[in-house]
Write a protein that binds this ligand. Sequence first.
Ligand code: HSE
Length: 363
Amino acid sequence: MTDKLNIAVLGYGTVGKNLVDLIDAHEEALGLHVKYVLRRPGKAAGSRMVDNVETILRDVDVAAVVDVLPGRDPSLSLIRDALAARLSVVSANKAALAADLLALEALAQQAGVHLLYEAACGGGMPCVEAIKKTARFDEISAMSGILNGTCNFMIDAMATEHLTFAAALSQAQTLGYAEANPKADISGEDVRNKAIIATSIAFHGAVNPHFPVSGIEGLELAMLEGLANDGKCLRLMMLARAEGQRYAVGVAPIILSATAQPAHIRRNLNFLSMEGHVVGPLTFSGQGAGGRPTADAIIQDLITLRNKTAERPTFTRELVYDPTLITGVAYINGQRLENVTLEAATVAAQRQSQFLAFEPSVA
Ligand code: HSE
């Protein structure tokens, strides 16, 4: 392949290193070339390593930047700068994207370039482009997902290997699944960001970011053992539903039958199911965290850019948040609350600083 797409990679952590190694090893077949790697001052050693983004933005040979930096900042401003400089952006940074997704998409459109983010929701599981494609024609009425590999790994390790919370978290960190600050994983914040990305695309509009979010902090082995004895299990999940303009979305530890599909999602695997009026149910699963799977999702986006086949989602609907679309039974500190909304259950648990487990009436 002669005309390679020159890219710059912003960040050189687990995902960045895997990405650069994979592209270097398959440069000819992929038609991609890593021209720059942006690193922190003092870390930029080697011919293509740079420590200032201006070198990248000024280079007319660079067609796209890949953002694999941790945390919302400085990614958010770097994405804006790159789009404004008419460079396409591939970002794995869910925090930056969730903070301003619609405005970033609008900026990309104005600049005549593309913003792609398959890796930002579901890691190596190819769900973002699938949601985009499904929503082009079909009406998506529901989605549910296991979108944090760290929490799924931890819950699975606690339930099956009887590890403590701390031991399970330490293993997830060693395996490279957890964020630099794992608080974002275990608090549900990471899933919140991914839920904003998934639902904005699926429901075609701006999602109010203040929806109910609970994580797995305070999860005890005894709860998982009790659920197993009742033929049930727990998964940290995003739930989302829509009826016309009305929608609800939330993140919580969800109680499921041990025979339900998400109950079979083990270790760092992620899962996403959606329901289209026309297509019916669709499900996806794959590795949601880790260097190589996430790098693979980024490479998919880069191939899309190289092939000039990128499409934009549409965000034309005025969405109205309606928490009554997600109801069920809540378990808080030994209490059982029947027929509550996920929102009311979340507020009640947070007021008491207690762990919430929620069993939705429609899974
Ligand atoms: N910390 C994240 C997770 C990485 O565990 O899912 C992938 O987004």
